[in-house]
Design a binder for this molecule. Structure first.
Ligand code: UT7
Length: 330
């Protein structure tokens, strides 16, 4: 029996709204300033959707670019997976609406929710359908419209978040030198309250009172999340290097969840990854949750920072708590 097929990246795409929310704009909205935000997070601006834009419009734009790069049409796909925690609507899944907008019929489509780790969770699921031989062409999208759940009266969290999407087309490959070669997923549910939205689910249903209390927005224990993120980013890099028998020299680019520049730099320093081997676009987009890693991966490709033959490590962590990593040979 031959080796099972690998999931190779055949195309990448991304999408962000045109509207910019800068640190200067936030200064007008609440008690904060550009210097504080830049020093503590590395963020200068984020993109925010306008009327008529939504989870699906960004997802479809990113998916279309990924399909074009792969030289494929949507009707050649076998499966669509969408990672998001800001769905188009509570029911049905966003992936089904994306399938309809792409003009495809019949193929399975479902969402994966693991917050900022969502894209790597979805990539892992998609790769495994390919490894088992079940499907050959899988579209994996990561998208979040965090502006829809951000409390712009909470300066401890709103400065971080933005909207964005990224997508990859995975195809079955028999080439041992190409594809997703390692994935690792974890969760620690006892930390569910580190980042959560109290109301709107079945525990606390939405009422006029929950709206007045701003309980439909993200509540975040910033300091605790920061410590968790530093620890897990270091752990994930170590795991990816060790499991794939790689040294930092063998890695062309680390593409981390764009969580906070200080978190990213501290983990890179521990492994002596020079920062020019760590892709950063947090200054332009902030934290876009499930959109963050695929948006960064697509930009890194477009800017020529990665390309055919590159070995890349993806790492992410977020609400849940969840953390996840992947090693890919492009
Ligand atoms: O995908 C996961 C999503 N979550 C995250 O990425 C969060 C990770 N955590 C962080 O990035 C950081 O914890 C923050 C950037 C959110 C906060 O930075 P920090 O260095 O942990 O600041 P802090 O919360 O300890 O606050 C320090 C001070 C406080 O003032 P006092 O008590 O020292 O007088 C805050 O009130 O900074 C104040 N502060 C601000 N000042 C200006 C908090 N937010 C702001 C702000 N502008 N936006």
């Amino acid at each position: 029996m031959g080796n099972s097929p690998r999931a190779a990246i055949a195309g990448l795409g991304s999408a962000v709204p045109e509207k910019v929310l800068s640190n200067a704009d936030l200064e007008q909205m609440l008690d904060t300033n550009d210097e504080w935000i830049t020093q503590r997070t590395g963020i200068k601006e984020r993109r925010i959707v306008s009327d008529g834009q939504s989870t699906v419009t960004l997802a479809v734009e990113a998916a279309t670019e990924a399909l074009n790069q792969a030289g494929m049409s949507a009707d050649e796909l076998d499966l669509i997976i969408c990672a998001t925690i800001t769905p188009e609507m509570p029911l049905p899944t966003t992936a089904c609406v994306i399938q309809s907008e792409l003009g495809v019929k019949g193929i399975p489509a479902f969402d994966v929710a693991a917050a900022c780790s969502g894209y790597i969770y979805a990539l892992t699921v998609g790769s495994q359908f390919i490894n088992t031989g079940t499907y050959k062409r899988v579209l994996v999208i990561g998208v979040d419209i965090l502006s829809s759940i951000t409390d712009y009266e909470d300066r401890g969290s709103c400065i971080l978040f933005g909207d964005g999407a990224g997508a990859a087309v995975l195809t079955a490959s028999d080439d041992d030198e190409k594809g997703v070669i390692h994935t690792v997923l974890h969760a620690e549910g006892s930390g569910w309250d580190y980042i959560h939205i109290p109301a709107g689910g079945t525990r606390v249903r939405g009422t006029a009172e929950t709206i007045a209390n701003r309980d439909h927005f993200i509540k975040m224990r910033g300091r605790d999340v920061y410590k968790f993120a530093v620890e897990k980013m270091q752990w994930l890099l170590g795991d990816c290097l060790e499991k794939c028998n790689l040294s930092p020299d063998d890695v062309d680019m680390v593409i981390p969840h764009q969580v906070n520049l200080r978190v990213i730099s501290s983990a890179a320093k521990k492994f002596n990854f020079p920062m020019d081997k760590v892709f950063v676009n947090i200054d332009k987009y902030g934290n876009t949750s499930a959109g963050s890693v695929p948006l960064a991966m697509s930009e890194a490709w477009r800017q020529g920072c990665i390309g055919p033959g590159s070995t890349i490590i993806l790492v992410a962590f977020g609400a849940g708590l969840t953390w996840a990593g992947a090693v890919i040979k492009l």
